[in-house]
Design a protein around this ligand. Structure first.
Ligand code: F6R
Length: 613
């Protein structure tokens, strides 16, 4: 949610900032702007809309050839998308320029105070209080001004700033919103995530919450804001990324979303790699080793997440309860801490997050930790705040997910849940034979996904047939209920078509009233323990004239008499079905979205990595 990049080095900053903004654009894309120090002044250029509009504006300007600058791509919170609300924002004198990601909760009172002291505001944003506060406390040292400003604000922030008066440095700080420093050859890049850094360096430092940093020609200096301690020690802080640039590029696909859908055989193989001990029906999860004994005594599990990760968690609940026999509750992270969850030392709390930065998920994690739960993470982004704040966890290793609509992260989250289930269940009731079978079936998943992906042309035809319908139901039972919810979410977020996911048995309790020939239903009807029940639900819809698309197993001919269109998937064990069954739904949403002419990688009103509550 909002992308920040700053550059300081010996190369022209502007092209590098633009390249970084293009890579960060998926985090927010309603306006963008840059500020570059050039021969004694700071040049700022801003534009409403996508980064390419900013690029066009910049192309008309000459001589912006400075080697230090900051840039921002915005997802609006305070103040509508407009040029004046676009970052970077500056103080009255246009000396200090700031980009910010997050929310300053007490901005109103600070703004009133600053106005009384004569400051002139140009935007409606909360961010603008920062440069004015820095102006107020500026004593010839930019980092001191930043520290003084931060003392007065409440809320979440990742902030980077430059000043005309100290053009040799970038200062930055973080609290809850991500900031990562890339350490290159005689250059530093500071950004909201690694995708903007990878083209320059793989050496990164993750800034901690409550920490500020000063980067300059003389090196780098960290300031611990609460302990007021300064450190210049980089040892132990620099990590080398194992993501490469191709993983953050489209590699010939028209959209990141399609690339990420087609990457799933590989991303799941990466999630499983080195973790299954198939012959013994066991799993080796390095990230859980330290808490292995504690986990064997766990009596209850709470899971919390948002959006797609929440739906993966619902499937995780079914898996853990059925296979490991541990009671599980799943909460939306945005609700969790407002409902007084009951937690004791025998409770494990699992937070699931692709980005590892989602504000609600982070807040839920902190609440669970505060109450004494053992906290575990299923996180994709290495070094992210959630990954660092959990007691233990399992990384997804799915590679960067750039498309705003989550696809490969979902199937990876389901795969990691399967590994955790194997881990917990084999500590408890699961036999060697069942463990072995689960491990074997998991190993076969990537190949089965490849088979489903081959049916993309048929799914595209189905998408063409249904693209003009205005409403859809997505329906499934048991493990396929969360898949139905995820299928509906995918369609609504990238096609802007109204879609609702339901447990298929629930329709007759009200929603079936909506069914007519213009209201299609997508049934997930694979041959499992609830297949017969699902077929009864299909009959109910057919009897009322609703068009039906069914996802079922290869070889199921009988279903054809009931439904209008069929998408076939290979068989697997019931617990792993969601990993396969969601793939056609991702493709269906993708094709309907693109046929409607939408930018499926950057759907309207959305942004990747939701760092506001
Ligand atoms: C939907 C989607 C969102 C995210 C949600 C949580 O396609 O991407 O619903 O799943 O915002 O994000 P993470 O997993 O980063 O915590």
């Amino acid at each position: 949610m909002c992308g920040i990049i700053g550059y300081l080095g010996n190369k022209k900053a502007l092209p590098l900032l633009i390249d970084g903004l293009e890579r960060l654009e998926y985090r927010g894309y309603d306006s963008a702007g840059i500020a570059v120090y050039c021969r004694g002044k700071i040049v700022s250029i801003k534009s409403v809309g996508r980064v390419n509009l900013l690029k066009e504006k910049i192309a008309a300007r000459r001589g912006v050839d400075g080697v230090i600058g900051i840039a921002h791509t915005r997802w609006a919170t305070h103040g509508k998308p407009s040029e004046k609300n676009a970052h970077p924002h500056c103080d009255c004198k246009k000396d200090i320029w700031v980009c910010h990601n997050g929310i300053i909760e007490n901005y109103k009172e600070l703004k009133d105070w600053l106005i009384k002291r004569g400051h002139k505001f140009r935007s409606e944003t909360d961010t603008e209080v920062l440069p004015h506060l820095m102006e107020e406390f500026y004593d010839g040292n930019l980092e001191n001004a930043l520290v003084e400003a931060l003392k007065r604000i409440r809320g979440a922030y990742a902030v980077v700033a430059i000043s005309k008066n100290e053009p040799e440095k970038i200062v930055a700080a973080k609290n809850s919103s991500p900031l990562i420093i890339g350490v290159g050859e005689k250059e530093y890049i500071i950004a909201s995530d690694v995708s903007a850094i990878l083209s320059r360096t793989k050496k990164v430092i993750y800034l901690n919450d409550g920490e500020a940093v000063v980067m300059g020609a003389g090196g780098i200096k960290f300031l611990d804001l609460s302990k007021k301690k300064v450190s210049t020690n980089l040892s132990g802080r620099t990590q080398v990324l194992d993501w490469d640039l191709t993983s953050a590029q489209k590699s010939g696909y028209p959209h990141f979303m399609l690339k990420e859908i087609f990457e799933q055989p590989e991303s799941i193989a990466n999630s499983l790699r080195g973790r299954l001990i198939t012959d013994d029906g066991l799993v080796k999860l390095g990230g859980l080793e330290a808490v292995k004994d504690q986990l064997s005594g766990i009596k209850r599990i709470l899971i919390s997440a948002c959006g797609t990760a929440f739906y993966a968690s619902l499937a995780g609940e079914y898996m853990i309860e059925e296979k490991a026999g541990i009671p599980v509750e799943v909460d939306l992270a945005s609700e969790f801490r407002y409902r007084r969850p009951i937690i004791d030392k025998n409770t494990a709390f699992i937070v699931v997050s692709q980005s590892g930065e989602t504000a609600d998920s982070l807040a839920a994690l902190r609440e669970a930790k505060e109450k004494g739960a053992l906290t575990l993470g299923i996180v994709n982004t290495v070094g992210s705040t959630i990954a660092r704040e959990t007691d233990a966890g399992v990384y997804n290793h799915a590679g960067p997910e750039i498309g705003v609509a989550s696809t490969k992260a979902f199937t990876s989250q389901l795969s990691i849940f399967a590994l955790i289930v194997l881990f917990l269940a084999r500590q408890r009731q699961m036999s060697l034979a069942e463990g072995k079978n689960l491990a074997l079936e998991l190993e076969k998943i990537p190949e089965k996904i490849k088979q489903i992906l081959k049916t993309a042309p048929q799914i595209k035809k189905i998408a063409a047939k249904y693209k003009n319908f205005k409403n859809f139901f997505f329906l499934g039972r048991k493990y396929n209920y969360p898949v139905a919810l995820e299928g509906a979410l995918k369609l609504k977020e990238i096609s802007y078509v109204h879609a609702e996911g339901y447990g298929a048995g629930e329709l007759k309790h009200g929603p079936i009233a909506l069914i007519d020939k213009n209201f299609p239903s997508v049934f997930i009807a694979t041959e499992n323990s609830v297949y017969e029940k699902t077929i009864s639900n299909i009959e109910e819809i057919k009897a009322r004239g609703g068009p039906i698309i069914a996802i079922t197993n290869i070889g199921n001919k009988k279903i054809a008499r009931l439904v209008d269109d069929i998408i076939y998937v290979p068989k697997t064990i019931e617990m792993l079905e969601p990993i396969l069954n969601v793939i056609p739904l991702q493709l269906l949403a993708y094709y309907i979205g693109t046929m409607k002419g939408h930018d499926v990688d950057k759907p309207r009103n959305l942004a990747k990595s939701v760092t506001v509550e």
